[in-house]
Design a protein around this ligand. Sequence first.
Ligand code: ADP
Ligand code: ADP
Ligand code: ZN
Length: 213
Amino acid sequence: MKVIMLGAPGAGKGTQAKMIADAYGIPHISTGDIFRANIKNGTELGKKAKTYMDKGELVPDALVVDLIMSRFAEDDCRNGYVLDGFPRTIPQAEALDAALEKNGEHVDVAVDIEVPDENIISRMGGRRACTNCGATYHVKYNPPKVDGICDVCGQKLILRDDDKPETVKNRLNVYHTQTQPLIDYYKKKDILRTVDGTQDMNKVFADIKAILG
Ligand code: ADP
Ligand code: ADP
Ligand code: ZN
């Protein structure tokens, strides 16, 4: 099964993608997590990506597409995957479709998590991330067991630089102009499904499970 998560920054894509990955036994692939790991390890790719990410802008398509194609070649992708944060532009979606078509494959479902902009800013301010394992928390809606410490791996949690309000506003603009057109793209292919992302995260997941079967 190949699933794409769509939605504004902070809509809950990562949270839901992890639950899908666990429930369906497929890998969760987050381009944002891959970039952050590269930044942490000081790679060339990380250095390039950081200049865009810090401003809340998108990393150029060519860099992202190369990165994701090499990830798909890994063994764990044989039975599908859940993509979180890719594609984010029409050219990325077209590159994905072209690559899959070559092997007679296709995306099964694009799940759009709808959350109004008003809710996003407060959600992002409360987001805490583990830079070690990628787990995500929220100080109010999904707190870790011990304040500031990752439940999964015990490392310190951080507020991402790009989750500060000024950058979030820019990321929302970028989302509306560059990523939202993907909703129509997948609607036309008849694989778009929409869920109400303002609900409690377990209810959102129940709705997604009903869609994925
Ligand atoms: P969020 O989970 O809040 O939507 P991500 O972790 O997915 O944020 O992305 C963080 C940043 O990484 C983005 O603002 C962008 O700069 C970069 N990025 C991640 N995925 C992509 C992509 N598919 N195309 C371009 N840039 C990307
Ligand atoms: P995205 O990957 O789309 O940027 P995340 O999954 O990282 O979004 O979620 C953004 C923030 O909102 C996190 O702090 C997360 O814990 C929290 N969150 C996710 N889903 C919900 C929900 N349904 N209700 C309230 N908060 C949520
Ligand atoms: Zn962790």
